[in-house]
Design a protein. Structure first.
Length: 485
């Protein structure tokens, strides 16, 4: 990757501070992790609960850092220049905004939503790559917060032609602060759900919080990609966003049944039908302005068909042809822990969706599970975090959904696991399995025993990141591998 070549004096001007030392230092990269320091770096010393970046000043200088951004003067003389700021996070955000404006990009796509952010981001990146090759900057991993967004933008280089930036939030005013840093030309809300409702305080606040993304678009112009659900659904955010959307070109996406009545959008992309395949699914889309097409999507799940519609809206609005879109989407892949399909044995399918969870993404993943051909459909449910007072009700709602869908083996971990298993047992007394345990190995062994008895099993493992449900996946894969050997 190319270097920044950003003069320290120019950085100081952005922050309205003075350089202590040589102002001519040339910055090649901005970092916060002392372990990766190298020649040309500007090291930002963050102060956290477990570590203070100021304690690593000598180390980063030894490794080649050429400048420092600090909140307190060094205790010992240093051989490199430094800047003193009150808040390093705010400083990074200011630098990110300034650095972004140095780059001519088309498009810059900003994505948020209760579910589907990463899936849509990865599909948009794949689509744009059909045009721009490796010149697409995209958010890596979970770098979608107050630190991750500026770090992503500070990764921009001259080689980049477009950018896809993911922004997360768990409280009001967070997206309002982070979104404008990217100066997007296209903004997307993938969905509205109850993720982080404990932090947001209410579903209305979630709608308002997600709708802050429209503030990041230009005062006039810009493209807003808007999810459309049933008008009377509690997850419909249209009334909250109507005033903001009046300034922009609005493209609605969703199921065709919900696009029949125009509520103020200029264009639309709708899912007409989908067909599951062994490689993913075929998605037939209709549009207001660009005709129809059936796309091969190498990602399973009805909810991913909806995400595909959002992606196609972005790409069509950015000038890509249907052929380029299909070429790009054929290469789309989701990161680990997101609907990753594992087949350690021919008749044992494990759906690893352990990266994170909320009620709506749980239901979507159960839908993927039930599309699989198997004698036993097993659901290993980990806890969902940040749900506040609604936690128990939402966990129970997921269990009820699993029962209605036809899940016939249910395993749970977390503080609610026993009551959830009891709830499942009442509704599905003839199920193959109902187990509560905090031990990943025990859960895997219980699944393995049923698999040996019944054969042909599909297993969904899902929970919040903090639950580390991937341990169940790893244990089950190990049992299968030992059997194969």
């Amino acid at each position: 990757m190319q270097c920044m070549n950003w003069k320290l004096s120019d950085i100081a001007s952005v922050l309205a501070v003075e350089v202590v030392g040589n102002p001519e230092a040339l910055i090649q990269r901005v970092i916060t992790d002392s372990r990766i320091a190298s020649t040309g770096d500007l090291f930002v010393a963050l102060v956290g609960e477990r570590a203070n970046g100021h304690d690593f000043i000598a180390s980063v200088i030894e490794q080649g850092a050429v400048a420092l951004l600090l909140t307190q003067a060094p205790k010992q003389p240093v051989s490199v220049p430094y800047l003193l700021v009150e808040d390093p996070v705010t400083a990074m955000q200011q630098l990110a905004a300034a650095w972004r404006l140095k780059h001519q990009l088309n498009p810059v796509v900003l994505i948020t939503g209760s579910n589907g952010k990463t899936s849509v981001k990865e599909m948009v990146r794949a689509g744009l790559s059909a045009r721009d090759g490796t010149g697409v900057l995209a958010t890596q991993g979970n770098l979608n917060n107050h630190l991750g967004v500026p770090m992503t933008l500070l990764s921009l280089r001259d080689e980049h032609a477009s950018a896809v930036i993911e922004v997360g939030a768990n409280h009001v005013n967070e997206i309002a602060q982070l979104g404008p840093l990217a100066a997007p030309s296209v903004a997307v809300i993938t969905s509205i759900g109850r993720a982080h409702v404990g932090e947001f305080g209410s579903l209305d606040n979630i709608k308002r919080g997600k709708g802050e993304i429209w503030q990041a678009l230009p005062a006039t112009g810009g493209v807003a990609i808007v999810p459309v659900v049933e008008a009377d659904s509690e997850f419909d955010g249209w009334s909250f966003w109507q005033d903001a959307l009046a300034k922009h070109h609005v493209i609605a996406f969703g199921d065709m049944a919900n696009l029949n009545v125009n509520r103020g959008w200029q264009a639309w992309v709708g899912v007409v039908e989908r067909q599951a395949t062994t490689e993913g699914q075929l998605v037939r889309l209709a549009t207001s302005d660009w005709g129809e097409a059936t796309l091969e999507l190498p990602i399973a799940g009805a909810h991913q068909a909806n995400n595909c519609a959002a992606v196609v809206a972005v790409l069509l609005a950015s000038g890509l042809s249907w052929q380029s879109i299909q070429t790009g989407l054929s290469e789309a892949k989701l990161p680990g822990g997101r609907l990753r399909l594992l087949t350690p044995l021919p008749d044992l399918l494990i759906i690893d969706d352990t990266y994170n969870a909320n009620a709506s993404s749980m239901k979507a993943a159960i839908g993927v599970l039930m599309e699989q051909s198997a004698k036993t459909h097993a659901f290993v449910m980990g806890p969902m975090g940040e749900l506040g007072d609604e936690s128990q009700a939402l966990h129970e709602q997921v269990v009820d959904f699993a029962c209605e869908a036809g899940v016939n083996a249910f395993l749970a971990s977390g503080s609610l696991s026993r009551s959830l298993v009891q709830r499942f047992d009442v509704q599905r007394p003839l199920a193959d399995l109902a187990v509560a345990s905090e031990d990943a190995q025990r859960l895997a062994e219980a699944l393995w025993q049923v698999y040996q008895q019944k054969g042909s099993m599909a297993v969904l493992v899902k929970g919040s990141r903090s639950a580390r449900m991937e341990r169940v996946v790893e244990a089950l894969v190990k049992l299968a591998s030992q059997s194969a050997n």
